[in-house]
Design a protein around this ligand. Sequence first.
Ligand SMILES: [Ca+2]
Ligand SMILES: [Ca+2]
Ligand SMILES: [Ca+2]
Length: 625
Amino acid sequence: MWVGWLLGGFLATAVPVFAQAPPEVFKIDPPSWWTRSSVNPVRLLVRGRNLSGARAQVGGSGVRVVSPPKTNDSGTYLFIDVAIASLAKPGTRQLKITTPGGTTQTAFEVLSPLTRSGNFRGFSPDDIMYLIMIDRFSDGDPSNNDPPQSRGLYDRENKYYYHGGDFQGVINRLGYLKDLGVTAIWLTPWYDNYDRLNEIELKEGKPCTGFHGYNPQDFYSVEEHFGTLSKLRELVAAAHRLGIKVVQDEVANHTGPYHPWVDDPPTPTWFNGTRAHHLKNVFQTWELHDPRPVEILKRETMEGWFLDFLPDLNQHDPEVARYLIQNTLWWIGVTGLDGIRMDTWQYVPNSFWRDWNAALKREYPNFKVTGEVKDGDTAHTSFFQGGRVRFDGIDSGLDSLLDFPLFYPIRHAFAEEKHLDEIPKMLAKDYLYTNPDILVTLLGGHDDGRFMSEKGATIDGLKLANTFVLTTRGVPQLYYGDEIAMTGPDEATARKDFPGGFPGDKRNAFSREGRNRDEQELFEYIRRVTQLRSELEPLRRGALITLHVSEQQYAYARTTKSSAVITVINNDQKTAQVEFEVSALGLADGAVLIDRLGVTKEVRVENGKLKVTLPERSAAIVVRK
Ligand SMILES: [Ca+2]
Ligand SMILES: [Ca+2]
Ligand SMILES: [Ca+2]
């Protein structure tokens, strides 16, 4: 005690006191918030310089600073809690920061909450989702292709550079998507990614760019190659007018390698480790649900840096957790979007997800989230679905997962012509999920090679895969360009530009005239099935009932109280006659059924059975006449 006092006294008298330089503010996160929010006060993270000893004050009425700001040791960050009165008038306020060195001001905006009608709706099996890689879909505004903020990252000849796709391009194609039967678009991350070449992650030996969106440098801005926040809001509003929901792709596990936090974190524990000293992710994900986990192995997977260079955020730091929760609410609150696809779900602690999901549902009760757990094992993926307390005592609250366990059998059966019965065998594991009906089913995505580039893939096989995804349980998700049989054997080539979306393209596959015969036939086929899904309620909401399974034939029903729809698939290279019991579906002898896909003739129930004849590699969707 005495020594401490002496030392403290010594330092206080011996260290000369320099005049503090004037405070400077570079950034305020969030830059705005709305009245009547479930989060109030809202915590602002202010980044700047010479902020030690700061006091804060808000000019104007309706907003006040509720407690003295917290500063980090180097005086580069302030945490400020501001309360917004429910009747506060929308508009800009000045946040005044005063230190012994002087005063500076920064703007903070009060918003009115967006109307709930038509916004924040969540997704459901009533929807057909369509995944768009923003940079590769459609360039609606060439003026943002080589923006001043980040010159030199645009080159359509380089598959790792920006190609010009943007929000305006998506807006321009909403009519096309509506025509295809899409009711929700999932857009790859639109956060502002680094403005320079990535020289840490080399692709084919050369630097690359963050065109894919998964390497944010700012969680509160949109990527300048894609447009502006107001253009994004325009996109959401335009989509909503057409009855199309918007799903944001978010990342909460890591930042990009050039985020300013990496060399100057707001708190000492902001990241798991530092650029110089951190664990490397070993992806031993089974440790995460192992009842006998080795803690260090678990840590390597939960806290290790992806690819050794993506800084891993520490959600156990309450400031990080608060920041990420507010960030998610902010994007929803300022745009009106409807759902989230969360990247790298399993590498973030469940305790954080519980709090994050609870905050989300508090503000937006109908909202839905699907998590990316990229694993083909149902025992593994189902562990991460909410609705059940796990051995760690936590229910994460997660609604939905991308259905990767079903993705692989779909590829095997319909692209590679392996056994079709792999699919019902996988579906039989649905008991492991708390709710299989809300899983997002897919036959293609942006992290895998395209369906049509699998060995043995044909248009017929792709039609069958689409038929299955659009008639089985879950929320079907299409991947842009799969509807015109685009190819690409690996991740990079599966992200090719949609033909016709870009200035100077030789043909426009967004229009009928620009599609060749195969493409048009496939497009029309998928549209017919999406129309059936929309028209026939059981295909969206009905219980899934297996009727018949053999090596290459599969029949199943979707049933509601009042009706049933039967899908029959023949994945064989020759005609097949499929016979199965239907009396349990309430179909009496003599009932006549027709195939809405027009492949097979009328069929009649006899002796409680239905007999359907299907040509090679074809499907029927059978309903009561
Ligand atoms: Ca553009
Ligand atoms: Ca950028
Ligand atoms: Ca992590």
